[in-house]
Design a protein around this ligand. Structure first.
Ligand code: ZN
Length: 204
């Protein structure tokens, strides 16, 4: 394990095709009947269509390759200092319940001659978040992609998120935040680099 696993294994290639809205509509209609609702009543009549539209957006990341955002970088042989982007807001869906989990991602990397703009890193987070996800996997996929595509000397990702499947049902712990981290390369091997990143993302 050197943090340079082939991306293909970690970030599956985008699936062919798109989200099938008609199938979602039919399925939502069934769910409404199954919970004992009347899908014909006025407030619900458009719900299957609306949910199909919404899922097409929320799961659009399944059909997109996040790596394209990292192709638009610029060469900078001089810059080898840590780059940190903190508080990148994101919304994702937990794959166990298809309920939202949302929060912020903090992303750091130590460039190795290539740098990408702030917005590109945010797009990577967004693309990977718009899939059925678990927070741990989202965290490591972002770090692995930065290592693989930027050939970074190190990558660090910390995600803080609230999961609605934990706060609105089940154990019901409102306000509880789950924190996950993925450290690669220098951030894993060098305690000072890791400490610098952690103090930068904690600073308010
Ligand atoms: Zn869940």
């Amino acid at each position: 394990m050197d943090g340079r696993e082939p991306t293909a294994r970690l970030v599956p290639h985008p699936r062919r095709g798109t989200v099938d809205r008609e199938r979602i509509e039919a399925a939502v209609l069934e769910i409404l009947r199954a919970i004992g609702e009347d899908p014909e009543r006025e407030g619900l009549r458009e719900t299957p269509r609306r949910i199909a539209e919404m899922y097409a957006e929320l799961f659009s990341g399944l059909h997109r390759d996040p790596a394209v955002h990292l192709e638009v970088g610029f060469e900078d042989e001089e810059h080898h200092e840590m780059v940190v982007l903190k508080d990148i807001p994101f919304y994702s869906s937990c794959e166990h319940h298809l309920l939202p989990f949302h929060g912020v991602a903090h992303v750091g990397y130590v460039p190795n001659g290539r740098i990408v703009g702030i917005s590109k890193v945010a797009r990577v987070v967004e693309t990977l978040a718009r899939r059925p996800q678990v927070q741990e996997r989202l965290t490591s996929q972002i770090a692995d992609l930065l290592m693989d595509r930027l050939h970074a000397k190190g990558a660090a990702v910390v995600i803080e998120a609230e999961h609605l499947c934990m706060t609105m049902r089940g154990v019901k712990k409102p306000g509880s935040v789950m924190v996950t981290s993925a450290m690669r390369g220098l951030f894993r091997d060098d305690a000072r680099t890791r400490a610098e990143f952690l103090s930068l993302i904690r600073a308010r």
